[in-house]
Design a protein around this ligand. Structure first.
Ligand code: ATP
Length: 851
C-alpha cells in the first residue's frame, strides 16, 4: 500500500472578518517595510563634505615624513591642488619642497634656503593654497595670504605660477606692483584673497586705500627674503609689518638666506624651522653650472662684449651691468653695432609696459641677449638661458650667486662668465671661494678681440643725444664703483679715466667732481654717508619698489618727454626701428646726476655747441664762479623742461602801435614760397646768407628810424614844456597888470562872470586859457599822418584863419558839438595873451611840427 504524502491544506477560515483582519495586518507590515527601504538617506552639503575631507587631511599632517614623500600625492594635499600640479607636470617634489611643505602645512614658521633654480616658488605656493583651503576661505574673508617680492618681474612670475597651480581653487589673487593704475587696484584689493606684491606698492595701499584690511591675514611669505630684509627695504618693510596681525604664519625663502637674528626679530617669527637644503653641499651654486672669469682692462670691456656676442649668436645670454645708464647707453650702441643677435634691455628706468615687453620677449626667444641691471638678478626663471655674462663685477658673492643662477636651473646646464678688472681680481675671487663658488680663470684671446671704438666715436659724433648717454654711462659707472662698500674689490682710483672714456667713444673724459673730492683729505666721512644713502638710491635707481609713489610719477612723466622728443627726432626714430625695443631715460635723474657730479662736456667737433655748453666751457676758466653758473644752467634746463614761458616785453607808442618787442623779432625778408622751396631741396647756404644779410639790413634800418623818431619826440616835448613855462610867466605879469586896471573898472569883470559856461578852458576868457588844453602836436600829427595832402593843405588854411581849435574838437567830440551850436563863440578870436608877433610865431611853430 502506497501512502501518498499529504499536502498541507491551507485552511481558509470561513470567518471573513477574521480573514480581513489577518490580511490587513500583513499589508501594514509590508507597507512599513517598503517605506523604510524607500526612505532616502539625507545628503550632506558640499562644504560639509569638504570639511570632512579637510579634517581627514589635517589629521594626517602630524604624520608627514619628508623622506617618504616621493610624489606630491604623498603629502596630505587637497585634490584641487594635486590635480593642478599634475596638469602642470609637477609630479615629484624637489628637495626644498620635500623638506618645507610638511612644516608649512603644520602651520610652522619656516626659513628655507636652497640653491637657485631648485623650486622654492612651489615650496611656498602650495602651503599658501592649502592654508586658505583648510580655512575654507572665501572672497568675503578678504586678504588671507601675502607674498612679497623684491622686483615687479619676480612678483609677476610668481603670479603666473600661482595661476597655474591654484587654478582649481576658487580664491581670488591679485598682483600689486608699481607702474599700474592705483585706483583700479584699490577697487579690487579688498576682495583679493592672495596678494603678490612689491613692498612699496603694498605700503601705498595700506596707507591710502581705506577698504584694504589686513587684520585677518593668515600667512606672510617673503620671497628673496634676505633682499627684502636688507637696508634698501628696511623702512618700508617695518611699516608693512606694523600693519600685519602678529598671529600669522611666516615663510622666508632665498638662495642666500639671512641668518641674522636682528633681521628675523623684526618679523617676530615664532620658533621657526630652519631648512638649509644645500648647507652641506660642496658648492653653493648648481652643480650643472660651469663658471669662469676673465681679467680684462676696463677700456677693453666693450670690445670684449662685442666679440663675445659675435661668437655666441645662437645662444640665449643675459649680460649684467652695474647701473641703468650703462645699460641704456650700451643697449643703444649695440643695437646699432648689430652683433648678429637680438639685443633686449631690462632695467629699473624703463616704463612698466616696456619692462613687461622686454621680459616676455626674452622668455619667448630661443636666442637673444638681454642687457640687464640687478633687477633681473634674483628669482627670474627665464627658460633655457645658456650664458650669464657679468660685464661688471657684482657687489658681493651673494649677488654673484643670484646672477649666475639665471642659468643652469632645475637640472639644466649653463655657463657663467665673470669679467673682472685687474684691481678687482684677488679680492673678488677670494670672496667667491669663501662662499664655495667653483670658478676658473680663463684668458681672452687678443687676436679675437674686435675693436668697436671707432664706430662708437662715429655714432657719438653724429648724435649729441648718444654722446650725452655715453657721458652719463661713464659717470654712473664711476659712481657705482665709488659707492661700493668693499673697497678691497672696488677701487675707483685705479680706473684710467681717459682710456675708459675713449672705449665708450668719448673723445674727452667727462669731469667727475666726486673723484677730485675723493682725493681730498676728510672725504672718508662723506663716503660713509654716501654708503648709507646707497640703499635708498638703489631702490630708486633699480626701482625695486622702495619708493614708488612720487618717484614713479616722475619716471612716467620724463619717459613721456623722452618719447615725445623721440618722435620729433628722425634720427631717434630710426634708432627705434633698428633696436626693436626701447628704453626710457629718466632725464630728471640724469639731471640730478649732472647737478651732483658736474660734467664738463666738450664738443671736439664744435658742431653741437649749445649755450649751456658754452657756459660750462667758459666756467672752466673761472673756477670761482663755476658753482653759480652751473646752478643757472640747471635752472634754465629745469625751466625748459617744465615748459615755462619766459616773459616778453612789448612797448607801445602813444598812438597804441607796437614799436618794440623783446626779444626782438626779425621778420624774414623772403617770401614763404621761397622758404618752402628751400625746405624741399635742402638749405642753400649762399641764399640763406644773403637772406640773413637782408634781414639784418632791414632790421638796422628800422632800428635807425625808430631812434630818430624817438629823438624828435623828446625835442618836441622839451619845446612844449618851455612854451608852457613862458606862457605862465606872461600870464602872471598880465594878472598883475589887470589888477591894477581893475581898481578903476569893476563892470567888465561882472560881464565875464555872467558868461561863465563850458568849455571852461575857453569861455573863462583868455586870461584863464591853459596851453595844456591845446592838442598834443604829436597826437595831432600822428592821427593826421594818414590824411591826404589836400586835407593837410586845407587844415593849414583853417589854422591860419585861427581855427586851430579843430583838433581839440576832434579829440573831444562833445565839446565840439557844443561849440557848433554856439557860432558866436566860435567866431570869437582866441586871445592867447601874447602879442600878435608872438602869436604868429606860436602858430607857425605848431604848423611847422604838423608838416
Ligand atoms: N617639482 C618640480 N618638478 C619639476 N619642475 C619644477 C619643480 N619645482 C620647480 N620646478 C621648476 O624649476 C624651475 C625653478 O624653480 P623656481 O623658480 O621655483 O626656483 P627658485 O629656487 O625659486 O630659484 P631662485 O633661487 O632663482 O629664485 C622652474 O622652471 C620650475 O618650473
Amino acid at each position: 500500500m502506497s501512502t501518498k504524502p499529504q499536502r498541507k491544506v491551507k485552511h481558509v477560515s470561513n470567518d471573513p472578518v477574521g480573514n480581513f483582519e489577518k490580511w490587513k495586518k500583513k499589508y501594514n507590515r509590508t507597507k512599513k517595510r517598503v517605506k523604510q527601504v524607500r526612505q532616502p538617506t539625507k545628503k550632506k552639503r558640499v562644504w560639509e563634505t569638504e570639511q570632512d575631507g579637510i579634517k581627514k587631511l589635517v589629521a594626517k599632517y602630524a604624520q608627514i615624513n619628508p623622506k617618504d614623500a616621493v610624489n606630491f600625492s604623498d603629502f596630505p594635499l587637497s585634490k584641487k591642488t594635486l590635480k593642478a600640479l599634475v596638469e602642470a607636470q609637477y609630479r615629484q617634489p624637489t628637495e626644498i619642497q620635500r623638506q618645507t611643505i610638511g612644516f608649512a602645512l603644520q602651520g610652522k614658521d619656516v626659513l628655507g634656503a636652497a640653491k637657485t633654480g631648485s623650486g622654492k616658488t612651489l615650496a611656498f605656493l602650495i602651503p599658501v593654497l592649502e592654508c586658505l583651503y583648510r580655512n575654507q576661505w572665501t572672497a568675503l574673508d578678504g586678504l588671507g595670504a601675502l607674498i612679497i617680492s623684491p622686483t615687479r618681474e619676480l612678483a609677476y612670475q610668481t603670479f603666473q605660477v600661482l595661476r597655474k597651480v591654484g587654478k582649481n581653487h576658487e580664491f581670488s589673487a591679485g598682483l600689486i606692483i608699481g607702474g599700474k593704475d592705483l585706483k583700479d587696484e584699490a577697487e579690487k584689493i579688498h576682495r583679493t584673497n592672495i596678494i603678490i606684491c612689491t613692498p612699496g606698492r603694498l605700503l601705498q595701499h595700506m596707507d591710502q586705500t581705506s577698504a584694504f584690511h589686513v587684520s585677518d591675514l593668515l600667512m606672510l611669505v617673503l620671497d628673496e627674503a634676505d633682499r627684502i630684509l636688507d637696508l634698501g627695504f628696511s623702512e618700508t618693510l617695518n611699516a608693512i609689518v606694523e600693519h600685519l596681525p602678529t598671529q600669522r604664519q611666516t615663510l622666508l625663502f632665498s638662495a642666500t638666506q639671512t641668518k641674522s637674528v636682528k633681521d628675523l626679530a623684526r618679523l617676530s617669527l615664532n620658533e621657526p624651522e630652519y631648512v638649509w637644503v644645500h648647507e652641506q653641499a660642496k658648492f653653493s651654486t648648481p652643480a650643472t653650472l660651469e663658471q669662469s672669469y676673465v681679467v680684462c682692462e676696463l677700456h677693453q670691456k666693450v670690445d670684449m662684449l662685442f666679440s663675445f656676442l659675435r661668437s655666441h649668436i645662437h645662444k640665449k645670454i643675459i649680460v649684467f651691468f652695474a647701473c641703468c645708464k650703462e645699460v641704456q647707453y650700451l643697449f643703444r650702441v649695440f643695437c646699432r653695432l648689430r652683433p648678429g643677435i637680438s639685443v633686449l634691455a631690462l632695467h629699473g628706468k624703463q616704463q612698466q609696459m616696456k619692462r613687461v615687453e622686454a621680459y616676455n620677449d626674452f622668455v619667448g626667444k630661443k636666442s637673444a641677449v638681454l642687457f640687464a641691471t640687478d633687477i633681473a638678478a634674483r628669482g627670474l626663471d627665464f627658460p633655457a638661458v645658456n650664458w650669464v655674462l657679468q660685464f661688471d663685477c657684482p657687489e658681493d658673492a651673494n649677488t654673484y650667486i643670484h646672477r649666475v643662477g639665471r642659468t643652469a636651473r632645475y637640472q639644466q646646464g649653463g655657463e657663467a662668465l665673470l669679467v673682472l678688472l685687474p684691481s678687482e681680481e684677488n679680492a673678488m675671487v677670494a670672496a667667491l671661494q669663501e662662499r664655495r663658488v667653483p670658478i676658473n680663470k680663463i684668458q681672452i684671446n687678443p687676436e679675437k678681440l674686435v675693436s668697436v671704438q671707432q664706430k662708437l666715436e662715429a655714432f657719438l659724433a653724429q648724435e649729441k643725444e648718444q654722446k650725452e648717454r655715453a657721458q652719463r654711462c661713464f659717470i654712473s659707472y664711476l659712481r657705482s664703483i665709488f659707492l661700493m662698500k668693499n673697497k678691497q674689490v672696488f677701487d675707483v682710483t685705479q680706473i684710467k679715466l681717459s682710456e675708459y672714456a675713449a672705449s665708450l667713444g668719448l673723445a674727452v673724459a667727462p669731469r667727475v667732481r666726486f673723484l677730485s673730492k675723493a682725493q681730498k683729505p676728510g672725504h672718508k666721512e662723506q663716503e660713509d654717508e654716501d654708503h648709507g644713502k646707497r640703499g635708498e638710491e638703489d631702490e630708486e635707481e633699480e626701482d625695486e619698489d622702495g619708493d614708488e609713489g612720487e618717484s614713479d610719477k616722475k619716471a612716467e612723466r620724463s619717459s613721456e618727454e623722452e618719447e615725445n622728443s623721440e618722435t620729433e627726432d628722425p634720427a631717434a626714430k630710426l634708432k627705434g626701428l633698428l633696436c626693436n625695443s626701447d628704453d626710457d631715460d629718466n632725464d630728471e635723474d640724469d639731471l640730478k646726476d649732472l647737478d651732483l657730479l658736474t660734467v664738463k662736456r666738450k664738443d671736439v667737433f664744435n658742431v653741437n655747441m649749445s649755450q649751456d655748453e658754452e657756459d660750462d666751457d667758459s666756467e672752466s676758466e673761472k673756477p670761482k664762479g663755476r658753482q653759480v653758473r652751473a646752478s643757472k644752467v640747471k635752472e634754465a634746463k629745469r625751466v625748459r623742461k617744465k615748459n615755462f614761458k619766459v616773459n616778453t616785453k612789448i612797448v607801445f607808442t602813444d598812438g597804441g602801435e607796437v614799436v618794440q618787442q623783446w626779444p626782438v623779432i626779425q621778420r624774414p625778408v623772403v617770401s614763404d614760397n621761397q622758404e618752402e622751396q628751400e625746405e624741399e631741396s635742402g638749405i642753400n647756404f649762399e641764399k640763406a646768407k644773403e637772406r640773413l644779410r637782408l634781414e639784418d639790413q632791414e632790421y638796422d634800418k628800422n632800428e635807425y628810424r625808430r631812434r630818430i623818431h624817438e629823438k624828435h619826440r623828446e625835442k618836441r616835448l622839451k619845446d612844449k614844456a618851455a612854451r608852457r613855462e613862458a606862457y605862465k610867466q606872461q600870464k602872471e605879469e598880465k594878472e598883475k597888470r589887470k589888477k591894477q586896471e581893475a581898481e578903476g573898472d569893476d563892470e567888465e569883470d561882472d560881464d565875464d562872470e555872467s558868461d561863465g559856461d563850458e568849455p571852461v578852458a575857453y569861455l573863462a576868457g583868455a586870461d584863464d586859457f591853459d596851453i595844456s588844453a591845446l592838442p598834443d602836436p604829436d597826437k595831432y600829427r600822428d592821427s593826421d599822418s594818414e590824411g591826404s595832402d589836400h586835407e593837410r593843405g586845407s587844415r593849414k588854411r583853417r589854422a591860419s584863419d585861427s581855427e586851430d581849435e579843430e583838433p581839440v574838437m576832434k579829440n573831444k567830440g562833445k565839446k565840439r558839438s557844443k561849440l557848433e551850436v554856439e557860432p558866436d563863440i566860435e567866431s570869437n578870436p582866441l586871445d592867447t595873451g601874447l602879442s600878435l608877433g608872438e602869436d604868429e610865431e606860436l602858430v607857425l611853430h605848431l604848423l611847422g611840427q604838423r608838416s
